[in-house]
Design a protein around this ligand. Structure first.
Ligand code: IFM
Length: 478
């Protein structure tokens, strides 16, 4: 399949020697072993075991069994020549009761993971929170409860003490937009609640948790070279028609500036507070919170997959994709109930997400324009396609030319942004392995390595070979 014009389909482009090519995964999506070594349930265990929440009733109970296959998976990363590996740490493995005592066997798994990476000369990039909140903390109110932010900081300190001498880059949160809005407004993600005011409280407490965790990490990590970051899934918005600019403003405030402005400027945007005043008065923001949230970060992580086209809905016709996420029931957007998300021109990935590499270029350049001093890193980008396993002289193969084409276009966009002066440090393909794709269970495959969910065997796809060549030469392969 060809994915649009050839503007972003270069080969032979050379990246600087310092540029990092890695791959990413997340704990609940790959680890399995949900009851091993003292781990207790997270909100995703509860949610995935609730009938009707996940495609096919799938759960993360086994996932890729990465917990038991750690050494083989590390060898695979080495074989692919990855420069760095971005993984997340499961809070309910390290502190199963949410706060308090550290579970040593759980913490030890991550210590072995980090050691295994370093032995293979792969840089460890650790995320503290990729959505698996200990269920006990949800039972006390979850992210709408301010206390969760303090518990998160204590957990950050515990991890910082144990891994701080070896982890190169620390990321506090992955995509807090999803945690807040899909978790507490649309209910498509765990814990599956649907209250706009709770979602906005969650936004603030995730932001606060980020700031508190950075303070805790900086106080405990025994490595002056360590870098600190957060990863956001910022929305690339295209205005449609006369009302497009207003629709963009509203979604940009809720989806983007609700995170970037407190974190990088120490303020909530005035228009966000105004737009949401029918939902909440934001009285949960306490004196000093914005200073706590506004900690310096070394890297802003950017996850990018596709774009959104928006306008205001005038009520005259049936509203299209009111929520902007086809996988959700209720709207994830508190107080933006007049915004209409329009069908995007294709081509699309198997998620139904439009393929637009220029969106990645635009996002990187606009972030650089707004925050010129802030180094950036693409911490996720990739695509699900309906992979087919074909017989091959050596057994089996996955000829995923569509994924290679997707990666080539987006990595070309990254190169173009670099050429245009964006301070961009690296790119991480999502994902190393096919894995548990949240509400879609195992039906969507994002990996550059196929996982057979019956045997758990790993099979590098053609895209893995292509990516490996890119990593070794830092040049976009033919
Ligand atoms: O699988 C997810 C990941 O957990 C967060 N970012 C988007 C990916 C694809 O949906």
């Amino acid at each position: 399949m060809t994915q649009g014009s050839d503007d972003y389909r270069d080969s032979g482009l050379q990246f600087p020697d310092s540029f990092v090519f890695g791959s990413a995964t997340a704990s609940y999506q790959v680890e399995g072993a949900v009851k091993d070594d003292g781990r207790q349930p997270s909100i995703w265990d509860t949610f995935s075991h609730t009938p009707g929440k996940i495609w096919n009733g799938d759960t993360g109970d086994v996932a890729d069994d990465h917990y038991h296959r750690l050494d083989a998976d590390l060898d695979l990363m080495k074989q692919l020549g990855l420069h760095a590996y971005r993984f997340s740490i499961a809070w309910p493995r390290v502190i199963p009761t949410g706060r308090g005592k550290v579970n040593l066997p759980g913490a030890d798994f991550y210590s072995r993971l980090v050691d295994g990476l370093l032995e293979r000369d792969i840089t460890p990039v650790a995320t503290l929170y990729h959505w698996d909140l200990p269920q006990v903390l949800e039972d006390e109110g979850g992210w709408p409860n301010r206390e969760t932010a303090y518990a998160f900081a204590d957990y950050a300190a515990a991890v910082g003490e144990r891994l701080g001498d070896r982890v190169a880059v620390w990321t506090t949160l992955n995509e807090p937009w999803c945690s807040a809005y899909l978790g507490y407004a649309s209910g498509a993600h765990a814990p599956g609640r649907t209250d706009g005011a709770d979602a906005l409280r969650a936004v603030h407490h995730l932001n606060l948790g980020h700031g508190l965790a950075l303070q805790a990490l900086r106080a405990t990590v025994a490595n002056d070279e360590a870098q600190y970051s957060v990863t956001l899934n910022l929305h690339v918005l295209r205005p449609e028609g006369d009302t497009g600019d207003e629709a963009v403003r509203q979604i940009d405030a809720l989806g983007n500036r609700a995170f970037t402005h407190p974190m990088l400027k120490g303020e909530y945007p005035a228009d966000l507070l105004e737009d949401t005043k029918s939902v909440t008065d934001w009285s949960f923001v306490q004196p000093g919170d914005l200073d706590t949230i506004n900690q310096p970060i070394d890297i802003l992580g950017v996850n990018y997959y596709s774009t959104n086209r928006v306008r205001l809905w005038d009520g005259s016709s049936e509203r299209q994709h009111a929520d902007g996420h086809k996988d959700v029931g209720a709207s994830p957007w508190p107080a933006a109930d007049r915004v209409e998300f329009l069908e995007q021109p294709g081509p699309y990935t198997e998620m139904g997400w439009n393929i637009e590499p220029e969106g990645l270029y635009d996002l990187l350049v606009s972030l650089h324009d707004e925050f010129p001093e802030q180094p950036l890193m693409v911490t996720e980008n990739g695509a699900a396609f309906p992979d087919v396993v074909s017989p091959d002289s050596e057994g089996a193969a996955v000829h995923d030319a569509d994924r290679i084409d997707y990666l080539r276009r987006h990595i070309t966009a990254v190169h173009r942004a670099l050429q245009d002066g964006v301070d961009l440090r690296g790119y991480f393909v999502w994902s190393l392995l096919d894995n548990f794709e949240w509400g879609f269970g195992y039906s969507k495959r994002f990996g550059i390595v196929r996982v057979d969910y019956d045997t758990l065997e790993r099979l590098p796809k053609d895209s893995a070979g292509w990516y490996s060549e890119l990593a070794s030469s830092r040049r976009i392969p033919e």
